[in-house]
Every structure is written in C-alpha cells, then in structure tokens.
Design a protein around this ligand. Structure first.
Ligand code: ADP
Length: 308
C-alpha cells in the first residue's frame, strides 16, 4: 500500500512548550484519516508542518514520497489544506480568487473553468461567484476556503476543524462532497472536535495528546479494543439509591435511569445483582459498545490523571 503521508519522528519546540515530541505515523493513500486530540495536543502544528507553514525542528514529513521541506513545490501541489479561517481579500470576487489560486498552480483553460464552476455549484456559491469576499457570511467564507483548497484537485485533502461553528446544512454539503472526493480516490485527513463525525467518516484515527501519538488504529478496532461496554437502564424508581459498587459504574444519570460502564471481561450478572440489591425497578435495558468519544475521553483523561 503506498503512503499519502509519512510522519517520521517529528519534533517541534516552542519557547514554552514542546508541541510535537517525536511524532511518527503513516497515512495510507486513499484513507479517510482522523487526527484527533484535545486542545493543545499538537494537531495544528503537525498539519502546518506537513503543509510547509511551520518548520519542524527535527524529523521528516513526506507527502507522496516527497520531503515537505526539500520538495516543497511538489508536496504543496499534492496537498489541499482547508485552514480554519479566511483572510478576506476585499479586492477580489470569489471567482477571481479561485482563478488566481488556479494560476498559482499553472492551471487554466476550459477544463479548469469547468472545475471552478463545479466547485462553486457543489459548495452552493454559484450565486455569489461575483461577490467580494468581505460581503460574505462566515459560512460562505468557509466554503470559499474549501473551494480554494480543492481548486488544483489535490491528491491529499486536509481539513482542519472544517465544521466548527458551521450549520447543519453546510455540514451535510461539506461531508457529501468530501465523501465523494474520497470515493474518487483522494486521501482525506481531518481534524475535528466532533468525535461523532470522526467515528462516522474516518476509517482510521490517530489520537494525539501532548505532542505524542497516544493511539492509532482502524476506527472499528480502536472501538472494539476499549475495555468497557455501556448499559443503558431505564427504571421506574430513579430516586432509589444505588449500592456502592454500582455507583462507581455510573457514567450518566438521566431522568428515567442510568448509563453504566461495565468491564467487558466481567459478567453482566454482577451488575444485574447490584441493580437488584439497590431495589431498582428496571423497565428496559440496552447495551452497546463504546463510542469514539468514550474511547477518546478514556485514553486522554487517563493520561491526565497519570500526570497528577
Ligand atoms: P491543537 O491544534 O491540537 O489544539 P496546537 O498544535 O495548536 O494544538 O498547539 C500545540 C501546543 O503548541 C500548544 O501548547 C500551543 O500553545 C503551542 N503553540 C502552537 N503554536 C505556537 C506558536 N506559534 N508559538 C508558541 N506556542 C505555540
């Protein structure tokens, strides 16, 4: 399997913090890859180092086999980075911006104009193609950023928090389009705080924490390695007090019951017995595997408590 991106022992120090402490992992060609981690984990630093916006202190990053420092022009062409914010340029219309960006990559002619039209249409920007960027709403600016990142049909599309503060409609538009590009063979790398989104979209995820890779795996494998299952229990008497060991399993208390976290290796009978001892009148029980959010919290908060 060929690699879209290879991170090899990447280190980046800032005066007060070691943002990346030797990060190594691969993103395979054609993957839909999630780069996750709490605030300050180093995600943006890593993505910026890959895109040539930040220079790593040591280590190496290769995009499609080319070094991002010594072969910058080649790797820049292979990457389409959707940054978090648009620096509005009041002098250009959306179409002009896209044409300028095309020119930067030496792309012109009818085929390119057709692609710009398609981008405008798919991102619901056609009506605003002649508008200056300072006339746009926040959501439209986002879409312009996406269009700009895709204008040269990059092999590797990098989306940095693309749906932060974005409404439901735009999210759906964005994901439909991204999924389509992925199906056409583009590699997609996504950072997001929305773990539900990452779980639904990404076939593989890396969890970065404090500048280090804490976990990297196929999304489904990561979920199934999690040591707990979750029992959602609806009760007729939510005011009943729980026996000590059962209290320790509560991860959520709802008006009509509880969610308990149960060790996969222990028997359910024990939890059931504690429910009985607590006098719970159980109306309904359902059990499920962990969500990515639960796995993420478990991994990243374990690290925090180990530091205390
Ligand atoms: P994330 O994207 O995961 O939230 P960042 O990569 O933005 O994390 O930041 C990682 C760490 O590096 C944080 O502690 C942040 O404060 C620090 N950092 C990021 N950029 C700079 C910078 N330009 N100067 C100093 N410190 C920085």
């Amino acid at each position: 399997m060929s690699l879209a991106v290879k991170f090899d022992n990447v280190v980046k120090n800032y005066p007060n913090v070691q943002a990346l402490k030797g990060v190594s992992f691969d993103v395979e060609e054609g993957a839909f890859f999630g780069l996750l981690g709490p605030n300050g984990a180093g995600k943006s630093t890593l993505i910026n180092a890959m895109s040539g916006l930040v220079l790593a202190d040591s280590g190496q990053i290769k995009v499609q086999g080319f070094d991002v420092v010594s072969d910058y022009r080649t790797t820049r062409r292979a990457l389409g980075l959707v940054p978090q914010e648009l620096i509005a340029d009041p002098f250009f219309t959306i179409r002009e911006l896209l044409e300028l960006q095309s020119g930067y990559f030496g792309l012109k002619g009818q085929v390119q104009r057709n692609w710009i039209d398609e981008l405008l249409q798919r991102l619901a920007l056609s009506e605003k193609a002649g508008a200056n960027t300072n006339e746009l709403s926040g959501g439209m600016k986002r879409r312009v950023l996406i269009a700009m990142a895709l204008v040269h049909k990059p092999r590797v599309i990098v989306l940095d928090e693309p749906t932060a503060g974005v409404d439901v409609d735009l999210r759906r538009t964005l994901w439909d389009f991204t999924k389509e590009l992925h199906q056409q063979g583009h590699t997609v790398i996504l950072t997001t705080h929305y773990l539900e989104e990452a779980e639904a979209l990404c076939d593989k995820v890396a969890i970065l924490n404090k500048g280090q890779v804490q976990a990297i795996d196929d999304t489904q494998a990561l979920l199934s390695k999690h040591p707990y299952r979750y029992l959602k229990v609806k009760v007729a008497n939510p005011e009943a007090s729980l026996v000590g060991p059962l209290q320790k399993l509560v991860v959520d208390k709802e008006p009509s019951g509880y969610v308990f976290q149960v060790d996969k290796n222990s028997s359910m009978t024990q939890a059931m017995a504690w429910m009985e001892q607590s006098g719970l009148e159980v109306v309904d029980v359902s059990s499920r595997d962990a969500t990515l959010e639960e796995v993420f919290l478990d991994l990243t908060s374990a690290e925090v408590s180990a530091d205390v």
